[in-house]
Write a protein that binds this ligand. Structure first.
Ligand code: FAD
Ligand code: SF4
Length: 667
């Protein structure tokens, strides 16, 4: 934040928020909106249950606000200082760049931040690039975008805490792609963020060493919190106040030791952060708002379906209303009787928490905290000595060598909340006791448990279909799956496993088939192709929500695939004989039209881009541009990320509503 912005934009609002908090004036426009753009998320984190809730009911994401609704909401809201995008996983919304564009036009934010679970590196890169283009067009150069990949552990530990095998490999790819973008777009900041919970306290030094090793400058910690938003009230994730205090002291000291090399802008933000740490410790110790919280006033949080919350901790338990019920008129909603009741609940001190996004703003609006910011900035920082210890090169960590084992559980002190926004006294909770060792010594121990069932399957055959595609067939062993789902495949016990969609139909009771693109330099696809009959593979899953819209027999389905992206459509059509579908398959060569004869020729259209003789000569996107598309059909896109983005744009331009389009990005 720049000084003049603070002086002219933020500070003058402080007395207004205070008057509004006392109920003396109407609520002024908030400084910050956090908007959870979707309920969808593929992660299954230890510290957040949004992904699990979505897994139980993927239909939730159908209630996400549409672009039209978002535009109306933003138009009513007007200028905002911080625009925090949240989720679910924001990048799972293909129209995230369009949402940001609407925010740039109507909210004119000064800072934009977007967190990500890094599960779709190319999609994240593509959307970020598009967002940067819109920024270039619509916002001054001084506004920057912070994309924040989450990292909760190194290697296997990250995958365990995020509940998805292979996540760490994708995180590394996401970081590489974002850093490459940053080298050309200085307004993009890549900020890694870790959630510190009772599950990774022992692992923080490894994490820091790895982050330094990767040459990443911006790295933030946040303490795991129990929020209504995360559906995790009562989960023993939050460390005790003593541990929290010890950690924040360490973080603050580290900031001070390193401050000499930083510019003024970073110094200001770090001074604000140190002040926040002090307040957060006080709040946890005293279990009350130590100074007023401006939740619902300076900050508001809009959930994916338009529910407006004062903050994500209280969430829907203290909802201020839904924009859909207020014709998207946010100021009217924020001044409604319901909203006033929520604000009074907060002003009366019925809740307390150290939520970073809220209390960083509270610091900016509270003179007492700002005095500490000034002291830190103008006294503590100039007197700071940089430590030689800090300049030591970080320990080299190879993520593949990090093997984490649970050695049982032990009772440890944790904050376990009974009610949202009410900090309980710490109590003992049975928490897993981890050890991290070099790969060789740990190989005999019990591996980390997974959220999904793991099973071993004997390879029946591997057959080359083309020079770069093979069909892997393994024993089914009674595995139940829904057509369209995928599994993580790899060698037993290996850290390396990747997603592969089940290609066969449910009627094939003996075998599971997978259509595999063998990637140049790809570790798992090459290993799978080289499997021989009788070898054993480990399968984790099935999982995934790329399934037929129900009732499937009564609907019209339009399947659009590139390459091996045809896998889920093969499973759909093999499983349901009466399906009313059109299948568009984009390939380079005629030989890539795998198992063409399995489909009704009236329903199958091949788009071959490098050879004549298919049904259409060109790409699927070229074909679709020539077509009139019915808006009441369910569209399913699967395969290559570029195709999915292009086709998504074509479909929406042709009037297909966003919620009629399902996507599964393979690569
Ligand atoms: C939900 C889901 C379902 C999937 N189902 C299938 C499926 O049924 N069949 C299938 O073949 N693939 C499928 N994939 C894609 C597959 O998981 C990836 O291609 C996988 O990364 C390959 O692993 P690898 O170890 O061989 O390559 P990696 O070691 O992961 O990657 C090596 C390099 O190749 C690049 N790369 C990865 N995949 C591709 C690709 N397809 N084309 C070109 N470059 C690539 C990476 O960016 C990296 O730079 C699916 C992906 C997802 C997310
Ligand atoms: S729960 Fe926390 S962030 Fe929410 S209003 Fe209360 S003190 Fe503020």
């Amino acid at each position: 934040m720049r000084l003049q912005e603070y002086l002219f934009e933020v500070a003058p609002r402080a007395p207004l928020y205070e008057l509004a908090r006392r109920g003396l004036i109407r609520s002024p426009n908030p400084l910050t909106i956090t908007y959870s753009v979707t309920a969808a998320c593929r992660s299954l984190c230890k510290t957040c249950n949004i992904g699990r809730t979505y897994l139980e009911n993927p239909e939730r994401a159908k209630r996400d606000l549409t672009l039209d609704e978002i535009e109306k909401t933003f138009r009513h809201l007007g200028h905002i200082y911080f625009f925090n995008v949240s989720g679910g996983e924001p990048f799972m919304r293909m129209d995230l760049p369009e949402i940001c564009r609407l925010a740039f036009i109507h909210l004119k934010p000064r800072l934009i931040s977007i967190p990500t679970n890094s599960l779709a590196p190319r999609a994240i890169e593509k959307s970020t690039l598009k967002i940067l283009d819109y920024m270039e067009e619509l916002l001054p150069d001084s506004v920057f975008l912070s994309v924040k990949p989450s990292i909760d552990g190194v290697g296997e530990m990250h995958d365990y805490l995020r509940g998805i095998k292979g996540n760490f490999v994708k995180l590394e790819e996401t970081i590489d792609r974002l850093l490459a973008l940053r080298s050309k777009n200085p307004r993009l900041h890549v900020d890694l963020g870790s959630v510190i919970s009772n599950f990774n306290l022992h692992h923080l030094h490894d994490l820091e060493d790895w982050v330094h090793q990767r040459g990443i400058e911006a790295y933030r910690h946040e303490i795991a919190e129990q929020r209504v938003e995360f559906h995790n009230i009562g989960d023993p994730i939050t460390p005790s106040p003593e541990i929290y205090e010890k950690l924040t002291l360490e973080f603050a000291e580290k900031i001070v030791r390193n401050i000499k090399e930083k510019g003024f802008f970073t110094r200001v933000t770090e001074a604000i952060r140190i002040s926040y740490y002090h307040v957060a410790v006080e709040i946890l110790r005293q279990r009350r708002q130590v100074t007023p919280c401006y939740g619902g006033l300076a900050n508001i949080h809009m959930d994916h379906d338009g529910e407006m919350w004062a903050c994500c901790i209280l969430g829907g338990e203290q909802s201020m209303g839904n924009v859909r019920d207020w014709d998207y008129d946010v100021p009217a909603l924020l001044n409604s009787e319901q909203a006033k009741t929520v604000k009074k609940y907060i002003a009366d001190g019925n809740c307390a928490c150290p939520l970073a996004s809220q209390w960083l703003n509270n610091v900016l609006l509270t003179p007492r905290h700002m005095l500490r910011v000034l002291y830190t900035l103008f006294v503590r920082f100039p007197l700071a000595k940089s430590s030689s210890k800090e300049n030591k090169p970080a320990r080299k960590i190879n993520p593949k060598d990090v093997k984490v084992r649970i050695r049982g559980t032990s009772p440890r002190s944790a904050i376990v909340q009974e009610k949202a926004g009410v900090i309980s006294a710490p109590k003992n909770a049975d928490l897993p006791f981890f050890e991290i060792e070099a790969a060789e010594t740990a190989a005999q121990d019990t591996p980390l448990p997974s959220k999904f069932p793991k099973s071993l399957h004997r390879v029946e055959s591997v057959r080359d279909l083309t020079s770069s595609t093979c069909l892997l067939q393994i024993e089914r062993n009674g595995l139940h799956f829904i057509p369209g789902q995928y599994a993580m495949l790899g060698k037993p016990g290996s850290f390396e496993a990747r997603e592969y969609t089940i290609y066969s139909g449910v009627q094939d009771t003996q075998s599971l088939k997978f259509l595999i693109t063998v990637v140049d330099g790809g570790r798992v696809s090459q290993a799978l192709r080289n499997c021989v009959a009788g070898e054993i593979l480990e399968l984790e899953g099935p999982m995934g929500y790329f399934q037929l819209e129900k009732p499937s027999a009564a609907k019209k389905h339009y399947f659009i695939a590139t390459g091996s992206g045809i896998a889920p459509f093969h499973a759909f059509t093999q499983s349901e004989a009466e399906l009313n579908f059109t299948l568009l398959h984009g390939v380079r060569w005629l030989a890539d039209c795998y198992h063409k004869d399995d489909y009704d020729p009236q329903r199958y259209i091949s788009c071959v881009s490098r050879q004549k003789g298919g049904d259409f000569y060109g790409r699927v996107s070229d074909y679709l541009k020539t077509q009139t598309l019915a808006p009441d059909v369910c569209y399913y896109l699967c395969g290559n990320c570029d195709m999915i983005y292009d086709v998504h744009d074509i479909l929406t331009e042709k009037g297909v509503p966003h919620n009629q389009i399902k996507t599964e990005i393979f690569y």
